[in-house]
Design a protein around this ligand. Structure first.
Ligand SMILES: Nc1ncnc2c1ncn2[C@@H]1O[C@H](COP(=O)(O)OP(=O)(O)OP(=O)(O)O)[C@@H](O)[C@H]1O
Ligand SMILES: [Mg+2]
Length: 270
């Protein structure tokens, strides 16, 4: 089921390896049943499943925002632990549904915060960044087409522009892996396509592994190399988007949802 990414030698270190990873929240909710999977470097993975299935928990477990309560998470060959957390986070970009920008700060400063995980000391605390970081941030803003907005307050931008800032901030980390939690759930279809096209370009041009949770089967079919489906915290599907049929959708979302969203829908083959 793991299709090697184009141009990646089969022996390349996998981007993500999960061995029996389970996650239980304090208070007793088991959000992820122990699961094992391997994501080769350079794959574009769509994470699907109904609300509460565990998509956000899995994404957060991958960069240690939520600690796994069993098993082992290995990112780029490095086992996630207290001592490796910082290094792994530094190279893992995170993109959120609500963008998570600091609205009162300008766009450039928001992008520069992507450099913080690579810097230590007081200078970074006071947002005094070296020249090199400004160059990296400028390049990231150029990539997402927002150079002209660099000095505007982040909260003055449209939702689509704010999400592009979110992508630029992730790019400024020079990531090997980008985790995106419903990055287009708050955006209209046209803007959603722009954002997903940007992620696809980063995936293909830079070979960055992408794991993105998405609710629209049409987008999954259009962008993903591989679909991972969760149901009540357990792995319920792992295959290519072509295998995502009505039966699979019914299993994940229930029969009614499959009947209405099975065929393409929003932006499917536009
Ligand atoms: N911080 C938390 N503390 C306790 N339980 C939590 C916490 N976050 C999530 N959960 C529970 O874990 C389970 C999985 O939630 P999660 O947010 O990962 O689902 P999801 O697939 O991302 O859903 P959605 O599509 O609604 O975003 C749910 O039962 C949820 O209530
Ligand atoms: Mg979620």
């Amino acid at each position: 089921m793991d299709r090697p990414a184009i141009g990646m030698p089969a022996t390349a270190t996998p981007s993500v390896v999960l061995r029996g990873v389970g996650t239980r929240y304090p208070g007793g909710v088991t959000a992820l049943e122990p699961l094992s999977l391997t994501i080769p470097a350079g794959q574009f993975v769509a994470l699907v499943g109904a609300s509460g299935a565990g998509k956000s928990t899995l994404l957060r477990t991958l960069n240690g925002l939520v600690p796994a309560t069993s098993g082992e998470v290995v990112i780029d060959g490095i086992t996630l632990s207290r001592s490796t957390l910082r290094a792994i986070r530094a190279r893992t970009g995170m993109i959120f549904q609500q963008f998570n920008l600091v609205g009162r700060l300008n766009v450039m400063t928001n992008v520069l915060t992507g450099r913080l995980s690579h810097r230590r000391g007081l200078a970074s605390l006071f947002h005094r960044f070296p020249r090199e970081d400004f160059d990296i941030a400028h390049e990231a803003l150029d990539r997402v087409g927002l150079t002209d907005k660099a000095w505007e307050r982040a909260d003055r931008l449209s939702g689509g522009q704010q999400q592009r800032v979110g992508i630029a901030r992730a790019l400024a980390q020079q990531p090997r892996l980008i985790l995106a939690d419903e990055p287009v759930a708050s955006l209209d279809p046209g803007t959603s396509i722009e954002i997903l096209d940007l992620l696809a370009a980063i995936n293909r041009r830079d070979g960055v592994t992408i794991v993105v949770s998405l609710h629209q089967p049409g987008y999954v079919r259009r962008y993903a190399d591989r679909v991972i489906g969760l149901k009540r915290g357990a792995l319920a599907f792992d295959g290519p988007p072509e295998a995502m049929d009505d039966a699979m959708l019914a299993t994940l979302y229930g029969a009614d949802a499959a009947a209405t969203s099975g065929r393409g829908d929003v932006g499917a083959d536009a």
